[in-house]
Design a protein around this ligand. Structure first.
Ligand SMILES: [Fe+2]
Ligand SMILES: [Fe+2]
Length: 205
């Protein structure tokens, strides 16, 4: 799949990739996460008819603030922080404003803010990376990084899905829901199986 539709997107990606090399991002949010989100952003944008010349840069810079601030603030800080990267790669003030707003909407922390089509597309593209077999490893790594015991990973992850499904906040777009269905079922089944198996070994008095 041809990813970039404009030369400046390629320049932006190279600039951001270089920034990732020089700064400390956690193991599940390395540059390969950006590559996967970019892939899904293009697919979902095409289906939802979102503007690719705004969506592609938004996908590239969406987690740029993660190296400097925690998970909770990264979307809000990202809206501001992404601007210098965009300025340096020839985006105009109107485009920078639009990209910033999309970046802000990609996280569950701003779930109740007024939603836009573009914000929903990036949100869904980002969530595609939290399901399927990539999602299994991402969730496991994330829990281990946070000090959660191995035997608790299944429960914590299944609770995460339950909460997100209750809030109706795993996917917003029709294509996100459609594309994510099988991969969501797969990851949930994997963690249910893991729980069942681990349960077998537990010694109870
Ligand atoms: Fe993020
Ligand atoms: Fe992300």
């Amino acid at each position: 799949m041809k990813l970039f539709t404009e030369k400046r997107q390629e320049r932006l990606f190279k600039l951001v990739k270089d920034y990732y090399k020089k700064n400390k991002f956690d193991p599940i949010h390395q540059i390969d996460h950006i590559e996967r989100v970019l892939f899904w952003t293009i697919i979902i944008s095409k289906e939802e008819k979102a503007n690719l010349s705004i969506m592609i840069p938004a996908a590239i810079v969406h987690d740029i603030a993660l190296a400097k601030c925690g998970d909770e603030l990264h979307a809000r800080k990202g809206e501001i922080f992404c601007k210098s990267f965009l300025r340096r790669t020839d985006y105009n003030p109107g485009e920078i404003e639009k990209v910033g707003k999309i970046v802000r909407l990609h996280s569950t922390d701003d779930i109740n803010r007024e939603r836009t089509l573009e914000g929903n597309v990036l949100f869904d593209a980002d969530k595609m990376d939290a399901i399927g077999s990539v999602g299994v490893f991402r969730h496991a790594l994330d829990r281990i990084n946070k000090g959660i015991r191995f035997t608790e990973i299944g429960n914590v992850t299944l609770k995460w899905f339950k909460k997100n499904e209750k809030d109706n906040s795993i996917f917003f777009t029709r294509s996100g829901k459609k594309l994510g269905k099988e991969r969501t079922a797969y990851i949930k089944k994997t963690f249910v199986k893991l729980n069942k198996e681990l349960n077998k070994y537990t010694i109870r008095f």
